[in-house]
Structure formats: C-alpha cells, structure tokens
Ligand binder design. Structure first.
Ligand code: AMP
Length: 431
C-alpha cells in the first residue's frame, strides 16, 4: 500500500515548483493547480489541474485525495478559499492570506500585533480630519478616516479624485506613497508623491480603493522568513534586499548591519524576535515572510506574504535547511529544523533581461566538462535548468515558456560569496 502523503498546491509558478521539489525529497507527492497549461511546477508534479484560482470545481479536483493544501500565490480569492476551507485541510488557514490581500487590513493588523508601520490612511475616504499636534492618524483613533467603498471610489470624477488625494496628502505630508489596496505587486499600482506636480498623475490610481503611506527614507530593506508549527517557531537568517525598479534584484545574507559574522547581531535578533512575536500574536501557522524597512535603529513593517518568499530562495544552498523544506515539514506534520547559515550568500534574481547571461554562465561551466558534454552555447541550455554551474554557483531556471523583461525566469545563488566579491566578479555579467 502506498502511504505517501499528498500536498496540494494552489499555484504552479516557481514557488510551487520549489515546494514540489522539496516535498519529493521528503517522500511526499504533489498535486498542483494553475491556470496556465505550461506552469513550471507541472513539470515535476505527480498530478496537475489546469484551472482558474476561482474555479471551485478545479479547486475541488485539486484538493480531492490530498492530505493537506497550501498556496504559493497571495491573490487566491479569500472567499473562494473559505468555500473549501471546512472540506479540506488548508493547514495554514485562510486568515494570513486574507490579512495580506488588502494593504489597509495588512498594515492595521501589523500595528495591532506590535509592529511599527509607516503612518498610513485610506483614500478615498468619507472624511479627513487633520490630527492634532503629536497625534498619529491610526486605526482606532476617532480621526482615522473611514474608507470609501469600491463602488463609490469607482464613481468619483477626476476632480473628486484629485481633491481626495490633496486632502489625504495634507494629513500625512509629503513625501508619501499611494498604493492600490489590493492586487499590487513588485511596485505595480503605486505612485510616490514628492511635490504638488505628482498629485494629478497619482490621483488616477484612486479609481480603486488605495492606501496613502508616509514615505520612509530607509537605509535599506530586509526580510525575515519564519515557519511556525504551533509548538516551535523558526526563522531563516535575515536577508538584506536590493530592489531595482520595484522588483527584488539581490538578497545578501548575512544582512550587513544586522549580523556579526554569520550570526545575527543584537539588532538583527531584536528584529527577528519582533517578527516571531508578531506571527505568534496573529496566531498564524505555516510560513510567513515579512518585508521591512530599516532606518537607523528603527524598523518598519512594509508587507507580508504567507508563502515562501523570493528573498528566501537563497536558503536552498545557503542554509542547512530551506524555506520550502520547512514549509513541507509543517504541512506533513514533521518536526521543524532550525536553520543555520552555512556561508555568506548572494542571491541574484534572473529576470527576462538576465536570462541570456544566466544561460551563458551555465554554458561556460559545462564547456570542456568531459566526454558527452555538448553544451557550449547559451542557446543549448535548458529553460528548466537546475544545477551547479561552477564552484559555488547554483543556477535555477524555472522553465517558463515565455521570457520577457521584468518576468522572473530564474535565480542564481552564489555561496560562499560576499557582496563585495559579487560586485567585483559577477555584477557586470548582468544588464
Ligand atoms: P511594496 O509593493 O509595498 O513592497 O513596495 C515596493 C517597493 O517600493 C518597496 O520595496 C520599497 O522599495 C518602496 N516603498 C514602498 N512603500 C514605501 C514607503 N512607505 N516608503 C519608502 N519606500 C517605499
């Protein structure tokens, strides 16, 4: 009799692919749902379903026969998941997903559970009251504006949108950032407002409910990935993240400024503890990534994702255990392992514009590698390559059928590698 457990994954992108690889290493099987017939995770899944995330029939087909269900994608409609929640074992629950799907709810939740955020208010709103001196606009304060409904926001004229934005900006002050409350990612659906001229173009976003945040002149960005099984909570070493054009470009670990050698400094440990306390206070189980802005001794919650995180790819080769494996252990009811950083590590995201360079790195490493090795040109490298390309260079190409600029096509983990070495030896290889 086959006693293998099956994990059902909603979403078959690169995160689903790497969850599936680790699930197999732990002896489990995987079923995957994705709307795209050539989703990367389908290549390794034991079973797959092509269907939309809000197609209840497709979701039921995915979950049927599985022992546990997870999601690799935040925007699975919360109400759809609620529908299948009681019927199947969605072990992380729907709450962390629901809380992360709306930036207003997400930031209010972070504050309520002990993490500082940039000041924020909803816009458009029914009323705006400028807070008294020293008073913060904060949910719970009587001055916190009441958000306008999506229907009312949609019916605002151009002039009304601009007037809404002007009022909101006068409450928070410039510079500030306007973001759509839902469905924003990688800098999409955002506008920075530094001066009056920025108001008019930004106000276009207000066709849908938005959040206005105070701009934080941070020193750098960082992220913490945690896994909580209810008894034990672990976190992976904090990474320092460098974004280009709103998309993660590099993760550097240990995070300069938050570490002593390979270990966390007291400042790093304080941040990790605050994030763990937040996760526990929210009652979230499973995996959670928290993105932070670091400014001097202060840190601010920016956003969270209840799934493996791009900034945690480095854990596959950089740590003694990785984010995908620990998520699978949680899902399969196995004890969690505390991760250790093995060496300084740099993760480089491979976007469409970097794909050729990544393939060239693989091709060069294989050239003259021995009899039977015929790969000598980047064009010969498989789109779904996953392996080592020279000492300490680990290339993951996700096998996406279409490459385009800014699309995440793969990543390379360099370890051991300091940021200085990366900058002097490797950075120039990429556009
Ligand atoms: P987000 O989609 O919220 O992660 O925003 C994308 C990027 O915009 C972040 O990684 C930051 O680099 C920048 N950003 C977002 N919000 C703020 C803020 N309140 N202050 C300064 N920069 C921000």
């Amino acid at each position: 009799m086959d006693n293998k457990k099956t994990i059902a994954i909603i979403g078959g992108g690169q995160l689903g692919l790497m969850i599936a690889q680790e699930a197999h290493d732990l002896g489990a099987e995987v079923a995957v749902l994705d709307p795209s017939p050539d989703a990367p995770a389908f290549a390794v899944a034991d079973r797959h379903v092509v269907g939309a995330y809000d197609d209840i029939k497709a979701l039921e087909e995915l979950c049927e026969g599985s022992d546990v269900v997870t999601y690799e994608f935040e925007n699975v409609p919360g109400d759809v998941l609620r529908h299948i929640e009681g019927k199947y074992n969605i072990k992380q629950g729907v709450a962390p997903l629901f809380d992360s799907q709306d930036r207003l709810r997400e930031k209010a939740n972070a504050r309520i559970h002990g993490l500082r955020t940039p000041d924020f208010i909803p816009v458009p709103a029914l009323d705006f009251i400028t807070p008294e001196e020293g008073e913060e606009p904060f949910p719970g304060n009587p001055e916190f504006p009441v958000p306008m409904s999506a229907e009312d926001a949609a019916s605002l004229s151009r002039k009304e949108r601009l007037s809404q934005l002007e009022k909101a900006v006068s409450v928070l002050g410039m510079p500030c950032v306007l973001k759509t409350r839902t469905l924003g990612y990688d800098g999409h659906g955002q506008a920075v407002i530094r001066e009056n001229e920025d108001l008019e173009p930004a106000s276009d976003l207000l066709k849908v409910p938005c959040i206005l945040e105070k701009f934080v002149g941070f020193d750098y960005e960082a992220s913490v990935v945690m896994v909580n099984d209810g008894d034990k909570i672990i976190h992976f070493p904090i990474g320092r993240n460098i974004h280009t054009g709103g998309i993660l470009d590099l993760s550097i670990v240990p995070a300069p400024g938050l570490s002593d050698g390979l270990h966390e400094s007291p400042a790093g440990a304080k941040i990790a503890k605050a994030c763990e306390d937040f996760m526990k206070s929210c009652g979230y189980k499973g995996i959670l990534a928290v993105e932070l802005f670091i400014k001097g001794d202060d840190f601010y919650f920016n956003e969270m994702a209840p799934r493996p995180h791009n900034s945690g790819h480095y854990t596959i080769e950089g740590c003694s255990t990785n984010q995908y494996r620990e998520l699978c252990r949680f899902l399969l009811g196995q004890p969690l392992e505390t991760p250790k950083l093995l060496a300084p590590t740099v993760m480089k995201n491979i976007l469409g514009q970097d794909l050729e360079a990544a393939k060239a790195i693989v091709a060069e490493s294989l050239e003259g590698a021995g009899p039977g090795v015929s790969v000598s040109s980047p064009d010969d490298v498989d789109d779904a390559f996953c392996g080592q390309a020279g000492k300490g260079v680990f290339v993951h190409l996700y096998g996406k059928s279409q490459s385009r600029p800014k699309r995440k096509m793969g990543h390379i983990t360099f370890t051991p590698m300091t940021p200085e070495e990366f900058m002097s030896v490797w950075a120039s290889r990429f556009v």
